[in-house]
Ligand binder design. Structure first.
Ligand code: ASP
Length: 328
C-alpha cells in the first residue's frame, strides 16, 4: 500500500516535470497581479480605456490588473519597457495607433514594433476631436482654418510627443493647411488638457475619451471630429471632412500586447479576459458616454490584431514620409 502510494506520488511528480513549461505555469496563471503599462500619463484617454478594461479583466482573471503609467517619447518609452519585460504574462501593454506610426516616425526605435510583441487583441476605435481653449477667437472649423493659416506658429498646439495620436492628428492638420504651428509635447494629453483648460496652450486634437466631458462642460471650444462619420455622443459637432478639410480622417485604434515569447496559454487567458471586458455592460456603457464602443469581437483576436498592426504600419509609412516628420 505504502509502496503503491509512493509510486503514485513519484509518477505524479514525473508527470509534472515532463509537462511542457508553459502548460505547468499556465495552470495557475495568473497567481499574482498583472501590470498593464499605459505609455502615457494618468488621466488621459489611453489611461481611461486601460483602466476600464483592466478593472473588468481583473474580475475575469481573479487577480488585479494594475495600470502603470510610463509616459514619454510619444509612447515609445512605455512600449519599449514592455518589449524588454519578462514574457511571462505578468506585463502587458495597452497602446494605440502610435504603435504603428512609431515604426516610421522613429529612426532609431530601440525595439521592433512588428517582432517584439505578441498581440492579444484589438480593443476599441476612438474618434478624435480638434478643440481649442475657451477664449480662442474662431467660432467654428472654417474660422479656425483661416485663423491658423494667418497666425501660423503663434498658435500653440499641445500633443503627447512624436508618435502619439495627438501628434499624428496635428501633423495631418498642419499638412492639410500647409502651415506650421508651435507644438508643445507632454507626457500624455491628460496634462495637455489641463493646460488647454487653463489657457496655456491654444489647440489640441485628442480622443473623445478625453474630450467629451470637457466639451459638454463648455470648458473648451470644439471645432470638429476627425472621423468621416459624426460621433453619436457629440451630435452637434461637424466632421472636419465636411467642414473645410475634405478627406481628413484619423481614428485611434487600441490594442493589447504582451512581450514576444509570452506562452500561448497565457495569451489565451489574457485574450479571454479582454473579450469578456469588451462584453462587460459597464465597459460598453462608459465607452458609449465617451464617444466610442468596443471593437466587434471577431477583431479582438491575436491574429486579426497582428494583421491590422502590419496594415497600419504600411498605411501610415508613406503619409509620415510625405510629411517629413521624424525623430531620433
Ligand atoms: N492619446 C494621447 C495621444 O496619443 C495620449 C494619452 O493617452 O495621454 O495623443
Amino acid at each position: 500500500m505504502t509502496n503503491f502510494k509512493g509510486a503514485a506520488t513519484a509518477l505524479a511528480a514525473f508527470a509534472l516535470m515532463a509537462m511542457p513549461f508553459g502548460a505547468a505555469v499556465a495552470q495557475d496563471y495568473p497567481n499574482r497581479p498583472v501590470t498593464m503599462v499605459v505609455p502615457f500619463a494618468a488621466g488621459g484617454p489611453t489611461d481611461t480605456v486601460a483602466r476600464l478594461i483592466a478593472e473588468s479583466m481583473s474580475r475575469t482573471l481573479g487577480q488585479q490588473v494594475v495600470v502603470e503609467n510610463v509616459g514619454g517619447a510619444g509612447g515609445t518609452r512605455g512600449a519599449g519597457q514592455v518589449a524588454k519585460a519578462a514574457p511571462d504574462g505578468y506585463t502587458v501593454l495597452l497602446h494605440h495607433i502610435g504603435q504603428a506610426t512609431a515604426a516610421t516616425l522613429y529612426r532609431k526605435l530601440p525595439y521592433n514594433v512588428l517582432t517584439d510583441f505578441e498581440e492579444v487583441g484589438l480593443v476599441t476605435d476612438v474618434p478624435m476631436t480638434v478643440i481649442g481653449k475657451s477664449t480662442l477667437e474662431p467660432k467654428d472649423a472654417s474660422e479656425l482654418i483661416a485663423y491658423v493659416k494667418k497666425n501660423k506658429d503663434a498658435v500653440i498646439y499641445g500633443n503627447a510627443g512624436v508618435g502619439s495620436a495627438s501628434h499624428l492628428c496635428g501633423m495631418l492638420f498642419m499638412s492639410a493647411l500647409d502651415t506650421q504651428m508651435t507644438t508643445v509635447p507632454y507626457q500624455g494629453t491628460g496634462p495637455a488638457m489641463n493646460d488647454l483648460v487653463g489657457g496655456q496652450i491654444d489647440l489640441l486634437c485628442d480622443q473623445t475619451t478625453n474630450t467629451t466631458g470637457q466639451i459638454k462642460a463648455g470648458k473648451v471650444k470644439a471645432y470638429g471630429v476627425t472621423t468621416k462619420a459624426p460621433v453619436k455622443s457629440l451630435p452637434n459637432l461637424p466632421t472636419l471632412d465636411s467642414a473645410g478639410l475634405p478627406g481628413f480622417e484619423v481614428a485611434v485604434w487600441h490594442g493589447l500586447y504582451a512581450p514576444k515569447g509570452t506562452p500561448k496559454a497565457e495569451i489565451d487567458k489574457l485574450n479571454a479576459a479582454l473579450v469578456a471586458a469588451l462584453q462587460d455592460p459597464k465597459v460598453i456603457s462608459r465607452f458609449a458616454d465617451l464617444g466610442t464602443e468596443p471593437v466587434a469581437l471577431d477583431r479582438a483576436t491575436p491574429e486579426v490584431h497582428q494583421k491590422y498592426l502590419e496594415a497600419e504600419v504600411a498605411k501610415w509609412k508613406p503619409v509620415i514620409e510625405k510629411a517629413g516628420v521624424f525623430a531620433d
